[in-house]
Ligand binder design. Structure first.
Ligand SMILES: C[S@@+](CC[C@H](N)C(=O)[O-])C[C@H]1O[C@@H](n2cnc3c(N)ncnc32)[C@H](O)[C@@H]1O
Length: 242
């Protein structure tokens, strides 16, 4: 397979590269397909200069929505190729499949690793199916709140974390996880669904501010708080470093 390894920010015709495997074409996001001819969730496939890409639907992926909406950290949100990543609330693998294209690539030639945790057996079944031809993707059935029960599947520290569990106490789970598993200088993203929080009857905006304060009090530096309204309503993505 012909692999393009251009510099980040390069232009390929009208397209703009966010990384070696992900590019923007107008508003559309594309990731280089690590399993050619395979569409994971019905997304379209298209060849650019003879290389196949998958369209990343930002209405079905908080990370995709974050890439669409980020104002200053668009180039920083993605993990790097070869990184070790932890994803809490992996769902059916929609976002994971695109992260795999970036972190691992075909046959995991970048030697990346993605530990994909979800509490639902139904999701796990889909993740196991996804992992069959994606070496380096490790599905784990587990509760994000009970890290002790899945920590044996983890390396001691990871480069990148994404949490998207859409349940109450999202911020506390995120802080505990990042404190325990994120490398110094590592990157972490919290997708927060305002409606899942019970600590207040306040507006989404007030919930988002409260969580921002909690993250800062926990010692995280917030690189960007990205509103996802219009793509993922009532959601906000916090991009932090420790
Ligand atoms: C919004 S979906 C995730 C979608 C996925 N992130 C994506 O973009 O493709 C939320 C997921 O979190 C999972 N979940 C909820 N509570 C959890 C918990 N305590 N631990 C692990 N997973 C959890 C649910 O089973 C569900 O699959």
């Amino acid at each position: 397979m012909k692999i393009l390894c251009p510099i980040r920010g390069d232009y390929l015709g009208k397209k703009r590269r966010l990384s070696w495997a992900v590019m923007l074409d107008g508003k559309a996001i594309w990731s280089l397909n690590s399993v050619p001819k395979e569409s994971v969730y019905g997304e379209s496939l298209r060849k650019f200069r003879g290389v196949e890409y998958r369209r990343w639907d930002p209405t079905r992926s908080k990370l995709g929505a974050g890439l669409s909406r980020a104002k200053k950290s668009q180039y920083e949100l993605l993990p790097s190729e070869g990184d070790t990543c932890l994803y809490l609330g992996a769902g059916h693998g929609t976002s994971i499949s695109h992260i795999y294209d970036q972190v691992c690539g075909k046959d995991n030639h970048h030697k990346g690793r993605i530990i994909a945790v979800d509490i639902s057996t139904r999701c796990l079944r889909d993740l196991i199916h996804l992992a069959k031809n994606r070496p380096g993707l490790i599905p784990v059935l587990g509760d994000a709140r009970k890290a002790n029960s899945w920590a044996m599947m983890m390396p001691s520290k990871v480069d990148w974390i994404l949490q998207d569990v859409s349940q109450s106490g999202q911020c506390e789970i995120f802080v505990d996880t990042a404190n325990r598993f994120l490398k110094p200088g590592g990157k972490a993203l919290l997708s927060l669904k305002a409606a899942s929080e019970r600590f207040t009857n306040n507006s989404d905006r007030e919930v988002f501010t409260e969580v921002r304060n909690q993250l800062e009090s926990a010692g995280f530096s917030i690189e960007e708080q990205i509103g996802l309204h219009g793509l993922e309503d009532n959601h906000c993505l916090y991009f932090v470093r420790n």
